[in-house]
Structures are given as C-alpha cells and as structure tokens.
Design a protein. Sequence first.
Length: 432
Amino acid sequence: MRGLVLGGTASGVGKTVATLAAIRALDAAGYAVQPAKAGPDFIDPSHHEAVAGLPSRTLDVWLQGEDGLRRNYHAGSGDVCVVEGVMGLYDGDGSSTAMVAEALDLPVVLVVDAKAGMESVAATALGFREYAAHAERDVEVAGVIAQRAHGGRHERGIREALPEGMAYLGRVPPNPDLEIPDRHLGLHMGGESPLPTEALDAAAERLDAEALADLAREPPRPPERDTRPATGKRVAVADDAAFAFRYPATLERLRERAEVVTFAPTRDDPLPDCDAVYLPGGYPELHAPDLAASDAIAELGDRAAEGLPVLGECGGLMALAETLTTADGDTHRMAGVLPADVRMHDRYQALDHVELRAREDTLTARSGGTLRGHEFHYSSAEVDEDARFAFEVVRGDGIADGLDGLTEHRTLGTYAHVHPESGAFDSFLEAI
C-alpha cells in the first residue's frame, strides 16, 4: 500500500477537509483508499471513516515506536493511504507529522491556506521544503494543496509560482459548507456532523487524484509483532456516544486474544456476561443523565466491587468515579467504583503525550514498567485522601500530584489513552 502525508503549515489550516477531499477524489478515480491520522487524535479519524468507509489507522511515534507505527500502517488495506497530519508539519516533540513521514519514508503534500495569497503560498511551501535540510530532517515536501483558493487568476498565480519539483495538486475552494463544527476536545465526531456530500464532491473534483496517487510510495516493512496465545476470556467493551474514543488497533488486539462483546450504557444495554470490562474515553459529560440512570453502570459498580477487572481510560475513568459535575454545574451519580469526584471546566486541564511508571503490579503494567500514552481532557478529579494510585507520571499531568492510575478493587482508571503497541492491553488480558 503506497501512501502520502497531508501536512499543514499550522493548526486550523484545513488539513481535515483537504484530507477528506483527497480521499473522495482518489476513491472517485478508482483507488481503494485507506485513511490514517498522524498523532493520537480520535475525532479526525471519525470523519475519515465516515467518508472512506474504513477505520482510520493511528500513526504516532511516541505511542507506538517506529516499528509499531509501521505495523499499524501495514495493518491497513487499499491501494493508497492518505495520512492526515497533526498541527503544523514540524510541530510537536513527541510525534510530529514530520516524524511520522520520516518513519514511513512518505512524501508530504503541504496544505497551505491560500485565501489571501498567491506567490506567498509558493514562498511558504518553499520555506517548509528548505527547512527540512536546515533542521537535518529527512522530509520531502513534494506538493501543495491550496486551501480556500479561488480558481482563475488566483489558482494560476499559485501554480506558476511553485518552485521546480513541487507539484500543484489542486485546491479546496472556499465554501462555508466545508466548515466542521467544533466544541471542547475538537471537532464534532464524523457521525454527528458529516460534511455535505455535494460540497465535498465539489472540492474533490478540484484535486488531481492521479497526481496524488503518483506521488505516493510504499513504506518499509517492520518486523512482525510477537504472537501471543488466545486467553479464552470474554471482554465487554463500552461502545456508544459516551465511549467512542478507542483506536482500531485496540479492538483488533483484544479480538486476537479474547472474545469481545460490546454494550451501550447510554442506551441502557445490560452489562454483558464477561471476565473483564474496558471503558474507552469519549464524552460522558454530554450524556451524564443517561449514564446516571443506566442499569449497566450501576451493575458495573456492583461487579467491580466483587473483583471484576475494569479498565477505564479518561471518559471511562470519569464514569467510574463517584460523581460527575458538568460545565453547567449539574452533578450526576456515576458508577461509584473509584474514590473521586470529577468536574468539567471551560478550559482544557491537560494536553500532552505522557509517560507513566508503574508503582505496583496493575492491570496494564508490571511494577517498574513504563507506559507511553496521551492525555487531553477538560475535567479534573478531586480524590479522597486515602486514594491509591498505580502510576507515577514521568511526563504529563496525570490525575493528581504527579500520579495517575486511580485503583480500587481490581479497577484501574487513568487519564492516559494508551495504544496496544505499548503492551498495555496484552497485560490487561493476562491479568484477568
């Protein structure tokens, strides 16, 4: 599977819309397209999946390491992989778009906001290409997509000004229908606010699909991951609007080694018969009344007290707490497993790649072991004085006082989202 990376000059430049238009253009040209996302995000990939019809692969050097990143790339399927970047091309010390492009040896198509420029678009692109050599980075800026560019003289001016060897791959015209609504944590999910088909098709028609496909190339193959035996266990995974933040590779790894059943607490599905429960992150704060009234959440509290292993990440941690107070000040009872009261805020409380060191044997790591993950949340947790924590925070914020991994019975709640390449979910399965 050949691939290319759509990198931006900065955050907010329109990478997601350009990526969706590129997916649609390649699909219309007869290519099977695999979407992917540089960085740990869950929201942009939901838009990729809505357009491509395939789960978007997560590519993050910090979370996965270079070999793990390549394994996740090659776990995809199709003719061409379109990788949406994160922030600006070179931004981020944990896993920038440039680092992902380097690890995969893929060319970069630079998305430049052209709404108020012509020759300056070319100058910007040239600067990004030349900066790679200045910073001793093995990054090839091979082409440009002009975001919010008009046709006619505007488009010709951009095309003619581009330096030799840099392809003009088309434009995304200015169109208010191509604006995706946002809220805390980022854009609306793809299933909530998909772009209108007509507007997306109009943008796709202005991209050169064949030129995009010709630029793409195949990355090197990584060593195979160690195989591990099936456990014969049954894991229940929460799957609804409150618990939608999970990596495709996580479910793939769980299914390789266990039976996976899903349930929807906000739709009052019963808690399935299972040997363990995984509560991914998501938006529990938007569904707090439904969770407070959920029989599955109440039963989960009872089962956890009896020793059922439960892993909650971010939103999962929030649902396992005693209470959840929304940004409007409404307080709702949650599962009551973990000794914490969670409160939403108007500003984010943490945003970073994180590293955790286990203080004791726990569901996702052995004592002394480390896990790399990512945290991004608008909530904070006030914990009881006698609360126990499984992790010290080496990098990041954690829950409180440089600690993360709130633990009670055989339940672990953490603000960190981890990827299966970290080994956390293998440890979880083996700890059941």
